[in-house]
Design a protein around this ligand. Structure first.
Ligand code: ZN
Length: 318
């Protein structure tokens, strides 16, 4: 139990223990060094916990990293989990979950912020590759969360496109403040849960896959020193989610037969940078570039309605 008020068993993932140390070898007939797909979402989660336990305890198997497996997966991939993780250099998914080639479909951004390209990548894995589990992977002492907190406290937006990262974290800061959570790692866990919510609220494709029982979405929080990834939020497969029409969700707005790709004007920022002579004027902000817009750190829009916080669970306290 924790502040979100539900246990793992209440989340419908009951036989998956959130602690990687609990049942490290209890994976039935699965062979960790063989192809794992297709798996049920709970088995996929169990595989991640088992691999993380091997990593934590210093007995990794490095499965699926040999030449024969490399050749075997060259013709196709069936990853059993999507990892939407922070870009932090200490958070390499295949290492901390002790997996290899073809196992994990990894998308990483600073602060695991989720924009259209990230959502499209997740939707590809879930709908085309049939991946049954999506994991949001955050970590303690996250620099993106710390940068967002610093920007919010000073009212000074960061430079360039870094502001997009900060803006994506601001709703999590607001939620943490509402709950009286002030320590950075508590805020990180809230941001992980918030990211799970945001993905489901902004991707009707992913929400539909979860509702249909083909996919689950889980949030994990990693400890840099201990190496342990624990589950802090979960939306089980089969959850009845509202399939919302969030702004910017193509699945909700695109017309059949309409154009798929429209030409975009060239990016003047790129053009000016490419044509600037040495010693010439510095690249100046252009309309649409973050530095040219008004500060938004303190007034980011509220998360879109749709996936209620009650659909999230936090199975285990830290
Ligand atoms: Zn981070």
């Amino acid at each position: 139990m924790n502040h979100l008020g539900m246990s793992m068993s209440e989340a419908g993932l009951g036989r998956v223990d959130p602690s990687p140390a609990a049942r490290p070898g209890d994976l039935g007939p699965l062979a960790p060094d063989r192809a794992l797909a297709p798996l049920a979402p709970d088995r996929a989660l169990a595989e991640l916990h088992a691999g993380n336990h091997r990593f934590v305890t210093g007995v990794p198997r490095h499965p699926n990293q040999d030449a024969s497996h490399r050749a075997a997966v060259a013709d196709g991939q069936h990853p059993f989990a999507v990892i939407v993780g922070c870009s932090d250099s200490r958070l390499a998914a295949e290492i901390i979950f002790d997996r290899g080639l073809g196992d994990l479909f990894v998308v990483r951004t600073a602060g695991h912020t989720v924009g259209p390209e990230v959502l499209g990548s997740v939707e590809y894995a879930v709908t085309v590759l049939g991946t049954p589990l999506v994991v949001v992977l955050g970590h303690d002492s996250c620099g993106a969360v710390q940068a967002a907190r610093a920007a919010a406290s000073t009212g000074t937006p960061p430079i360039g496109h870094l502001r997009a990262v900060v803006d994506a974290v601001v709703p999590s800061l607001r939620r943490a403040a509402e709950r009286g959570v002030e320590d950075i790692n508590g805020i990180v866990d809230i941001h992980i849960a918030q990211t799970v919510e945001a993905m489901l609220a902004n991707s009707s494709v992913l929400a539909a896959e979860v509702t249909a029982g083909r996919c689950a979405v889980v949030g994990m929080s990693y400890r840099l020193s201990a190496g342990e990834a624990r589950t802090v939020a979960a939306v089980p497969a089969g959850s009845a989610l509202p399939i919302t029409s969030a702004p910017g969700d193509p699945a909700a707005t695109s017309a059949p037969g309409g154009p798929v790709v429209t030409p975009a004007p060239s990016d003047p920022a790129v053009t000016s940078a490419a044509t600037s002579a040495p010693g010439g004027p510095a690249v100046t902000p252009v309309p649409g570039e973050p530095a040219a817009a008004a500060p938004v750190v303190q007034d980011a829009p509220a998360p879109p309605p749709g996936v209620a916080a009650a659909t999230l669970v936090a199975p285990a306290a830290a």
